[in-house]
Design a protein around this ligand. Structure first.
Ligand SMILES: Nc1ncnc2c1ncn2[C@@H]1O[C@H](COP(=O)(O)OP(=O)(O)OP(=O)(O)O)[C@@H](O)[C@H]1O
Ligand SMILES: [Mg+2]
Length: 353
């Protein structure tokens, strides 16, 4: 068992509230992804869980026991950082053996454990090398190995793949997923990377302004964002937010094309003068459209397997993902299925429908 709980956790640095009364339960064996803009406090949350940083107030529990006053060494947590932090003068073997030596484990047991973990991470051939004789991916595997040998209850990973090139990242992504399945422990994983966020975890927690905005499965985060921050955060290009007025005939217009709201939309949006229509970039040329509008294309980018078009809709900057074979001159006819439009409050950004 390794459930991690944050109860009303707040962190204040220099009178500035960084983490504001966060409640979060990471389930036993769960792979939880933590995302948010740079500086929003992701590393701070991991550091508080690990005990490297105090909480200003609130309680951190592991397996139901408050660990606020438990020393980091006693928390049974492994931390993998972005910049691996291997000991440069030690060999791969010594790097991985180090945490066990610190625990005064028997030499023969250390040897067995290091070799077993090295085998599982494909490091057996590299045990005598020094970190500088390794590639980035190999170094990162050693850092993982050093974390795994201790059999920790919880793994904290802070952007562990961000220093790797794109190809290696893809490979390590699946290796870390496999590792999670094999170890059957709780993982909390911080990332900036869209694909990592959407593909690796059981649930994603999105932080903004010191608050967890939404915690949910990747599918729900993507398809049912609770506000414009969440809607705009995941997805590339990000979701378009187009301000539309609702006129007396219950019609909204995008670039002068009218769309009659359906009964459900009408009953929920009743009384509102305007709303933000949220449309994903890939929903701009829907195969089953019931609504169309035209826009002048400012820039287009051909990416091989898809094209991105940049344009304005009701004066908002928008982007659309369309098939590479589609051609156009100046204007493009966007085809929308109105069922896929999400509606958000203009002022608060909160999701309405
Ligand atoms: N020791 C410190 N003293 C004062 N302020 C700090 C300290 N550590 C972090 N901060 C501030 O707290 C905020 C959150 O920092 P944190 O490192 O947790 O962000 P992050 O979400 O991990 O960002 P990134 O994605 O860039 O790694 C930042 O504004 C940072 O400047
Ligand atoms: Mg960070």
């Amino acid at each position: 068992m390794a459930q991690v709980e944050l109860n009303g956790v707040t962190k204040i640095y220099d009178k500035k509230v960084i983490i504001n009364n966060v409640n979060l339960t990471v389930r036993d064996k769960e792979f939880l992804i933590l995302v948010g803009s740079s500086g929003c406090g992701k590393s701070t949350i991991l550091r508080m869980i690990a005990g490297l940083e105090d909480t200003t107030s609130g309680e951190i529990k592991i397996d139901g026991i408050c660990v606020n006053n438990v020393h980091p060494k006693e928390r049974d947590i492994a931390f993998v950082f972005q910049n691996y932090a291997l000991y440069p003068h030690m060999s791969v073997y010594e790097n991985m053996a180090f945490p066990l030596k610190m625990r005064k484990m028997k030499k023969s047991d250390i040897d067995q454990k290091v070799k077993e973990v090295a085998l599982s991470l494909n490091l057996s051939e590299l045990l005598q090398r020094k970190p500088k004789q390794l590639s980035g991916g190999q170094r990162q595997r050693v850092a993982l190995g050093r974390a795994i040998v201790r059999n920790p209850k919880v793994f904290l990973m802070d952007e562990p793949l961000s220093n790797l090139d794109a190809k290696l990242r893809v490979q390590m992504r699946s290796e870390i997923k496999k590792l999670h399945e094999k170890l059957q422990t709780t993982f909390i994983y911080v990332t900036h990377d869209q694909t990592e966020a959407l593909t690796m975890g059981d649930r994603i927690a999105i932080i903004d302004k010191g608050i967890i905005q939404q915690i949910d499965t990747p599918y729900n985060i993507y398809n049912n964002p609770v506000n414009t921050f969440v809607g705009g955060f995941l997805g590339s290009p990000s979701m378009n937010f187009i301000k539309v007025d609702i006129n007396d005939d219950n019609i909204i217009k995008i670039n002068d094309s009218p769309l009659k709201l359906n009964n459900n939309q009408l009953s929920i949006l009743k009384g509102r003068k305007s709303v933000l229509a949220g449309i994903r970039a890939e929903s701009m040329s829907d195969p089953n459209p019931n609504f169309e509008f035209t826009a002048q294309i400012d820039i287009s980018e051909m990416l091989g397997n898809e094209q991105i078009l940049y344009f304005k809709a009701n004066n908002s900057n928008c982007s659309a993902l369309i098939p590479p074979s589609f051609t156009f001159n100046k204007d493009f006819l966007f085809k929308i299925n109105s069922e896929k439009i999400l509606f958000f409050d203009v002022e608060t950004g909160k999701r309405i429908i």
